[in-house]
Design a protein. Structure first.
Length: 342
């Protein structure tokens, strides 16, 4: 007969607790949870009831041993302090957990070949099922495409519309939305605070900004270099003022924050004197002074999509080419209509 014990909380329930409650051996519980034969219907029901009562869940290592398949996804991230990467990582972790996979994260401080190879080798040694690469740097993408590991690698690759082993947002379109919005407000041209060299997002956002100005037959000023952060945006403020432009498209929201702060210190009003649009829709962007008009990318959904694609590949299916995620413009108070003589 099943034991009469019940779970009262505390430590996470173990297989031995399920066995005790169901009145069977641990081996029998293992056969049930792993779908093995030679279990009577009565025992199956008792074990399943005990599992439900205790809210028992196998850990990834135990399932891996039982199925001979790793239940861990490796993640390599560079630039985790960026909003997009941290949000995508949350999506990856949640989607993996929902599929009964664990995640193993390695962050790299630089994107040199030696450090990236060491991160890959660490995941290989840990027998992960596959690797998700959150390092949208041109050099990193080129390296993994060279076949440096036999494991499947799904990469976050902004604007990669035709790569089966990538997930992406149409960041060229996002930059076009930002630039077009400022032109539609009557500004003659738009200066761009660009991200650091080597980033695929930098290239995509420059392309969208530049092509929009060229198509509108507007002056294309040299982009101003920044570094994805508020201090570099603040340092760019005087260059923006000196350019004579009345509108700015910043490569991301943190850069826009620093720019707006320093423009205010210089006595330049946003948006009365200069309009500013950012990119990413950072959670605090609505609380900037003024609230920031920006381009939203659903990075959480991108992270979840990476896991779905990875699990399909791990299961033996093809890596499909998916449509890129479409950014949207979020209109707030930092960009305004321009009128001559304002």
């Amino acid at each position: 007969m099943p034991a009469s014990t019940s779970w009262s909380g505390g430590a996470k329930p173990r297989m031995v607790d399920v066995a005790r409650l169901a009145g069977v051996s641990q081996q029998t519980v293992s056969r049930v949870v792993n779908g093995k034969p030679n279990v009577t219907p009565d025992v199956q029901v008792r074990v399943e009831k005990a599992i439900a009562q205790l809210n028992y869940r196998r850990n990834a290592a135990a399932r891996s041993l039982a199925t001979q398949q790793s239940m861990v996804l490796g993640v390599i991230s560079y630039g985790l302090s960026r909003h997009g990467h941290s949000t995508a990582l949350m999506g990856i972790a949640e989607a993996a957990r929902g599929a009964n996979y664990a995640t193993s994260l390695i962050t790299v401080k630089d994107i040199g070949r030696a450090e990236l190879q060491a991160a890959i080798d660490h995941h290989v040694d840990d027998n992960v099922a596959g690797i998700i690469l959150l390092a949208p740097i041109r050099a990193a993408i080129e390296m993994v495409r060279e076949g440096v590991t036999d494991l499947p690698v799904i990469a976050f690759e902004p604007n990669a519309s035709d790569r089966p082993y990538s997930v992406a947002a149409d960041e060229v379109l996002g930059a076009r939305l930002a630039t077009s919005h400022l032109l539609e407000l009557g500004h003659e041209t738009v200066v761009h605070l660009k991200g650091p060299d080597g980033w695929l997002a930098t290239d995509a956002r420059i392309e969208g900004w530049r092509s929009t100005l060229v198509e509108a037959r507007r002056v294309v000023l040299d982009p101003i270099a920044t570094n994805w952060d508020a201090p570099s945006g603040a340092r760019a403020a005087q260059q923006v003022v000196d350019s004579g432009a009345t509108a700015v498209f910043a490569a991301n929201d943190q850069t826009a924050l620093g720019l707006i702060y320093e423009l205010n210190n210089l006595g330049v009003r946003v948006p009365h004197d200069i309009s500013v649009v950012g990119f990413d829709d950072h959670p605090e962007s609505a609380y900037f002074a003024p609230s920031l008009t920006t381009v939203r990318v659903d990075f959480d959904a991108i992270g979840r999509a990476a896991v779905r694609k990875m699990l399909g590949v791990v299961a033996g299916g093809p890596a499909h080419v998916d449509a890129m995620f479409t950014p949207t413009l979020v209109v707030r108070k930092s960009a305004a209509q321009y009128s001559v003589g304002q």
